[in-house]
Design a protein around this ligand. Structure first.
Ligand SMILES: Cc1cc2nc3c(=O)[nH]c(=O)nc-3n(C[C@H](O)[C@H](O)[C@H](O)COP(=O)(O)O)c2cc1C
Length: 467
């Protein structure tokens, strides 16, 4: 399937035919696509997947989901009708009938396979110390993997739906963690259901016009779509295969000079906007940065890391980071990293997109824990899904891509960063996506095998490949 088709046709499925199975090799290709996702700058994939087919587990997940949904939505129609803001008023009551009871969230029970995505709660070795403890910064990496699986399922005609509900209530999350054997240093925040959907959900919630979610230069400065400036006369969509693109995101460590056509940047962001978000909250904002001063600011911010003890300027950390190289190559890379520093690409890229995720839920949710990032990484996870769409779109459009969370890895840098771009405290940047004509490719470790990131039925039980 064409990559853009997958991005625009992907929908959250919530109804599954319990009698129809996904051919195991197809499901495995969906799982394999998670392994194509990019790793953190210190060369790790901070997530695991538990592949559940067992009926008893699915039933427990469904019970936890519907009970939690009843807790959240059952009590107050006011809350629930806000949640359905995008529906006409007269449909809201009808929908509320089957949703306030929690029934809607039972769908994992009918799914053929439920994948439990599990996120690390922190670094498990001497990684980039200031990055890994911040779950809002590692959650996007699970978002990259999740979006790949969602798009792959779409391409195979398989329905997929991320259901955060079973893990939203702390007590039920504990029960499920114990049942699945998830250790305390890891945490799951949802259940990803896959199966045959009787009918494709073609419509689905709307997306805002870009003016609503995109800023120019700094937070709050308006963005004007090309439709209102130069139009779309040059728009030629490439015919790129989804799987080939996911397997070969055009990650670069440098950019070649030259301006990128504006429509390619706009199309990239539009692809991001069509990513999934919890409650269709559209919990992201994108700041487009083109000016030289901001690029220099970012370069300085990340490059000074080379003087930071325990972080960049630390042989152990750099040694761990290049784990995939033999000792001689590793030494050369460490020297290069410490000498050259990092972030030159900020000066070379045509456009930077500062990706920002909401910190709190602004719907009338009764409890701060639900969905908001302070406690729960689902907002940055979904922002990661959107970022993955953008990386796929930019790759198909022939652009080089670099996603960097390090400008905000250190809490002090994050303050400087949010001050500079005028980002309010209720929002948090998750990284900067640099786009431009590709230069040198990024050095990256080999992708993990599925067996190294996935378990069958419960934590620790090795995944067995079918193909
Ligand atoms: C992190 C995350 C959590 C989600 N949680 C739920 C959920 O609990 N129940 C549900 O039915 N859909 C859930 N969704 C799906 C969203 O409701 C859906 O993506 C959004 O409404 C946009 O619709 P679309 O994906 O069909 O375009 C979740 C999506 C994400 C990314």
């Amino acid at each position: 399937m064409n990559a853009f088709e997958a991005i625009y046709e992907r929908r959250a499925a919530r109804v599954f035919d319990p009698d129809k199975k996904i051919p195991p090799p197809t499901m495995e290709k969906i799982l394999d696509s998670a392994c194509q996702a990019t790793c953190t700058p210190d060369g790790v994939w901070p997530w695991k997947l538990i592949v559940v087919r067992d009926k008893e587990t699915k039933a427990l997940i469904a019970d936890c989901a519907s009970e939690t949904a009843r807790l959240i939505f059952g009590g107050s129609y006011e809350i629930f009708s806000e949640h359905m803001w995008y529906m006409p008023k007269d449909t809201r009551l009808r929908v509320a009938e089957y949703t306030t009871s929690g029934e809607l969230w039972r769908y994992p029970i009918d799914a053929d396979v439920v994948v439990i995505p599990v996120l690390s709660r922190g670094g498990w070795r001497g990684g980039l110390a200031s990055l890994l403890p911040h779950r809002e910064q590692i959650a996007p990496y699970l978002g990259f993997a999740s979006e790949n699986m969602w798009l792959a399922a779409t391409a195979f005609g398989i329905g997929a739906g991320f259901n955060a509900m079973p893990m939203q209530d702390g007590r039920r999350r504990e029960v499920l963690h114990e049942f699945l054997g998830i250790p305390p240093s890891w945490e799951s925040n949802g259940a990803f259901a896959f199966g045959h959907s009787p009918s494709a959900r073609s419509g689905g919630p709307s997306r805002p016009p870009l003016e609503g979610v995109v800023f120019s230069g700094t937070w709050g400065s308006g963005y004007k779509r090309l439709a209102f400036t130069e139009g779309f006369s040059d728009l030629r969509m490439p015919d790129a295969d989804l799987f080939e693109t996911m397997a070969d995101i055009n990650l670069v460590k440098s950019f070649a000079p030259g301006q990128v056509e504006r429509w390619k940047i706009e199309r990239t962001i539009d692809s991001g906007v069509w990513g999934p978000t919890p409650e269709n909250a559209k919990n992201w904002r994108f700041i487009i940065v083109n000016d030289r001063e901001s690029k220099e600011f970012l370069y300085k911010l990340v490059n000074e890391k080379k003087h930071t003890p325990f972080l960049y300027n630390d042989a152990e950390t750099q040694n761990a980071r290049f784990w995939y190289l033999n000792p001689a190559e590793r030494m050369a890379k460490i020297e290069e990293a410490l000498e050259e520093g990092t972030g030159k690409w900020y000066l070379q890229a045509d456009t930077l997109i500062v990706v920002v995720s909401a910190l709190h839920n602004w719907l009338e949710m009764p409890h701060a824990e639900y969905t908001s990032a302070a406690r729960n990484p689902n907002y940055p996870l979904s922002t990661g899904c959107s970022t993955q769409n953008m990386m796929i779109a930019a790759t198909t459009l022939g652009l080089g891509v670099n996603f960097d969370p390090t400008p905000i890895g250190d809490p002090r840098d994050k303050e400087t960063f949010t001050d500079y771009f005028n980002i309010p405290p209720s929002w948090q940047p998750i990284g900067v996506l640099s786009l431009g004509h590709p230069g040198a490719p990024l050095d990256r470790p080999p992708r993990p095998s599925l067996e190294s990131v996935a378990f069958d039925e419960y934590w620790g039980n090795p995944y067995k490949r079918v193909s």
